[in-house]
Ligand binder design. Structure first.
Ligand SMILES: C[S@@+](CC[C@H](N)C(=O)[O-])C[C@H]1O[C@@H](n2cnc3c(N)ncnc32)[C@H](O)[C@@H]1O
Length: 311
């Protein structure tokens, strides 16, 4: 049984057909992520259609088209800075309610987004655009402003070691008291308005308890969250830059993602996106791996770059 099978009962036939073919659509929605969305769909707090779906960062539409097919009578609007690839996916999947807008989400306002939905607040907002701290915060604040009462906001890559800015932005929303965590699965965190979150958690726990013992709980910013999959790492990186870097590297190691390509990518990102100086990165690497191992990395890197090493 896959992560998805146990959630398929009662979903519309076109959504089911799309899930059968989802591997043919390029994108970043894993079976565990699908399980989270289907869980939310099965446990939503109101059975009334609440006005559709919004996604920031659509790419080829894996997520947007699935959400659109789950609620075919409501509009599903996606925004992406890149070409509207998802329009083709929607047409092939028979999702007539999808609209893909080419736009940088940092230029959008809540009013402009709601206009695309005919003025109705969306029941689901998926935040999956730029994963840097500022733009993740921008997209979350838009989500906070537009999501319907009883609706849900889902942010991707909450604990991804390479995107600590997402966790920082999500934690800020929780600390500001505008969103509360409900569930976590497939790297995605589902958040609701604080008044609705206890009821979401209760229904999700009840629903998941059909198949297994009471699901595991955890805490984010002191608030409970339900984990759909017990082994997923919820320890989102946060804190000062060096500390974050250390956690990113540790998470990369513990997930067995460590490879020559991964280390190169990691070093480039730490330098370019997180403003780490080379000395800071080196200090953290030495902390984690020890002096000898770092000497080997450095030698390997120098060899790869014709003597022009990073350090
Ligand atoms: C991880 S992908 C989205 C994956 C997609 N949700 C799926 O289901 O496969 C991130 C997307 O965000 C888009 N993006 C990045 N920065 C953006 C911005 N400022 N505004 C809108 N979209 C943005 C990228 O073009 C890319 O298509």
């Amino acid at each position: 049984m896959t992560a998805v099978d146990q959630h398929l009962d009662g979903i519309p036939p076109l959504a089911r057909r799309f899930l059968d073919q989802i591997d043919t659509v390029p994108g970043w929605l894993s079976p565990k992520g699908v399980a989270l969305f289907l869980t939310l769909n099965a446990t939503r707090l109101s059975n009334e259609p609440l006005g559709g779906v919004v996604e920031f960062g659509v790419y080829s539409g894996r997520t947007l088209v699935l959400l659109a097919l789950l609620e075919p009578d409501s509009p599903a609007v996606g925004f992406d800075i890149g070409p509207p690839l998802a329009a083709d996916t929607a047409a092939r999947a028979g999702a007539a309610n999808v609209r893909v807008i080419t736009a940088d989400s940092s230029t959008l306002t809540p009013g402009a987004i709601l206009d695309y939905l005919g003025g109705e607040a969306p029941r689901v907002v998926s935040v999956d655009g730029d994963h840097g701290e500022d733009l993740a915060r921008n997209d979350l604040m838009l989500a906070e402003a537009i999501v319907a009462d009883h609706g849900i906001v889902v942010a991707d890559d909450f604990s991804h070691p390479l995107f600590p800015g997402v966790a920082v932005a999500v934690r800020d929303s929780i600390r500001r008291g505008v969103l509360s965590p409900c569930a976590f699965g497939g790297g995605r965190i589902a958040l609701a308005r604080p008044a609705d979150a206890p009821a979401w958690r209760e229904r999700i726990t009840h629903y998941l308890s059909r198949d297994r013992a009471v699901p595991e709980g955890d805490l984010i910013e002191g608030q409970p969250v339900i984990r759909l999959f017990s082994h997923e790492n919820l320890c989102a990186p946060s804190g000062p830059m060096e500390d974050r870097c250390l956690r990113i590297i540790e998470a990369a190691c513990s997930n067995n993602e460590w490879s020559a390509a991964a280390i190169e990518d990691l070093l480039a990102r730490l330098g370019d996106e997180h403003g780490m100086t080379r000395a800071q990165i080196k200090a953290v690497l030495i902390d984690v791996f020890g002096e000898d191992q770092v000497r080997i990395f450095v030698a390997r890197e120098r060899a790869a770059n014709n003597g022009e090493g990073m350090y």
